[in-house]
Design a protein around this ligand. Structure first.
Ligand code: MSP
Length: 460
């Protein structure tokens, strides 16, 4: 039995997640369900990143203590992902007690390996990124990712991680394992970063400046820097199932996952994750999705409008797997109509209506196709969906060309049976993507007699 352990980035709790965050969790959930379907041992980890300055500032704005605030947001995030039928094996919180323990142990391993030392830092900090910045990374003095935030000038004593020591190690890792950073373009970007040099990085903040964090185990006057803490969630969460088969992340945080994280793991003596896939960004109506722009749509709003299956389908098929994409309700409406209501929904009603009329017996179980397995296994998710939808079109074409509804007797039964079996394969192959609709099709086809199915994607 193969093992497939998948993680997503853990979301900051400075506000409730939007569909951009949910996109990644949907893809991870689909991949986890696919691997369960092919009988792999699966563990799917997601959660919330709760320490650090952004979370503290957001709590202060509401007049709450950080802990009260992150409890509230984390619970709301969990509801949001549940509305999309995302079912992680663990929803980890960086405030979980076991995580704090693992972070302290990890830190000490790296410290004892001589990779953590005390130094002083003077420079610029973007609270939105929770990271130090160089002047060359700013545009007109502002962070390109968080243009509305003020860049802080910081001067303080910190503990540093000897990141620079791992430059050759990282180069070998990334160059010799083409699948370690995917897609290829991002791998090239990471090699470019390595070529431009790697400086040691501050991994603690003085407690008097920021108390909301995990204490440095051998110096309680410091707390551990939020990225160092957050990345370790993967080791806490997977426990004895570490290493991760796949870290799924957005392109903005590829560097942390492919350059800092492997160096930290090497330093503390852990195995490397097998792969990091970094997807593009989703924009809404041509704009970056952002609370300050006020153009946020929550996953649960889409679940209410389209249902979780249709929303999952839309994001999985048309989301920013490689390149950035723009979404809008008009686009989702159109796809709902073309691919779902008129596509798989219509085909299922047509075939099961005819089968019920003919009194056809239920079908035996079928397997998913090898082609589908290969595409999904290789993260060629668009190709996988296109393969399934080409079968739907093929079935529609056969029904129309043979005018199946006009046929009778043996001829009708044979063609119908062939098409129903293809529909069953389609239902199985769409199961990870739209678990509820697929189950309805499977149940309608595999009972004692085939029964007519109610519209799966009614008009909205
Ligand atoms: N807390 C860090 C991650 C730590 S992982 C050890 C973080 N949090 S975040 O809340 O800012 O983002 C979480 C994930 O959502 C990131 O992978 C980010 O790329 C992704 N996305 C946030 N907005 C997005 C879109 N508009 N589109 C696609 N993904 C987006 O970074």
């Amino acid at each position: 039995m193969a093992r497939f352990t998948i993680t997503t980035a853990i979301d900051y709790t400075n506000g409730v997640i939007h569909i951009g965050h949910a996109y990644q969790k949907i893809v991870a959930d689909v991949l986890a369900r696919f691997h369960k379907q092919i009988d792999d041992e699966v563990y799917f980890l997601t959660g919330t990143d709760e320490h650090g300055i952004t979370n503290t500032q957001a709590a202060a704005k509401e007049g709450l203590e950080p802990r009260q605030f992150v409890d509230k947001i984390s619970a709301l995030d969990k509801k949001e992902i549940e509305s999309m039928d995302i079912r992680p094996d663990r929803f980890i919180r960086t405030t979980d007690e076991d995580h704090k323990k693992v972070v302290a142990e990890f830190y000490m391993k790296s410290f004892n390996n001589g990779d953590i030392y005390k130094g002083s830092y003077e420079g610029l900090y973007c609270a939105g990124c929770e990271s130090y910045k160089t002047l060359s990374e700013l545009i007109d003095g502002a962070c390109p990712l968080h243009p509305t935030r003020t860049i802080e000038k910081i001067s303080e004593e910190n503990y540093f991680f000897r990141w620079s020591k791992y430059r050759d190690f990282l180069r070998d890792l990334i160059e010799n394992n083409p699948l370690f950073v995917q897609p290829e373009q991002r791998r090239k970007d990471m090699i470019g970063f390595l070529d431009s040099g790697l400086e040691d990085i501050a991994i603690s903040r003085p407690k008097q400046k920021l108390s909301w964090g995990i204490p440095v185990p051998n110096d309680e006057s410091h707390v551990i820097y939020v990225w160092f803490d957050a990345l370790i969630n993967y080791v806490t969460g997977l426990g004895s199932m570490w290493p991760a088969s796949l870290h799924l992340v957005g392109k903005d945080i590829t560097r942390w996952h492919t350059l800092l994280w492997p160096a930290m793991l090497k330093s503390a003596g852990y195995e490397m994750p097998k792969a990091v896939y970094s997807h593009g960004f989703m924009n809404l109506n041509g704009q970056k999705i952002s609370k300050s722009l006020g153009n946020v749509i929550s996953p649960s709003e889409l679940a209410n409008r389209y249902g979780s299956d249709a929303t999952r389908y839309y994001f999985f098929r048309y989301g920013p797997w490689v390149e950035d994409v723009d979404v809008s309700l008009e686009k989702i409406d159109a796809v709902y109509q073309s691919d779902l209501a008129n596509g798989i929904g219509n085909l299922s009603s047509r075939l099961t209506t005819m089968a019920e009329k003919e009194g056809l017996a239920g079908l035996k179980d079928v397997s998913v196709s090898d082609e589908y397995k290969q595409f999904m296994g290789e993260l060629k998710i668009v190709e996988a969906v296109e393969l399934i939808w080409s079968k739907i079109k093929e079935c529609d074409r056969t029904i129309n060309e043979t005018k199946l509804w006009e046929k009778t007797g043996e001829e009708k039964e044979q063609t119908l049976n062939k098409l129903l079996n293809i529909l069953l394969v389609i239902a199985k192959e769409t199961q990870p993507i739209m678990p509820n609709a697929s189950l309805k099709i499977i149940e309608a086809l595999t009972g004692e007699k085939i029964v007519k199915i109610a519209p799966l994607f009614p008009r909205i």
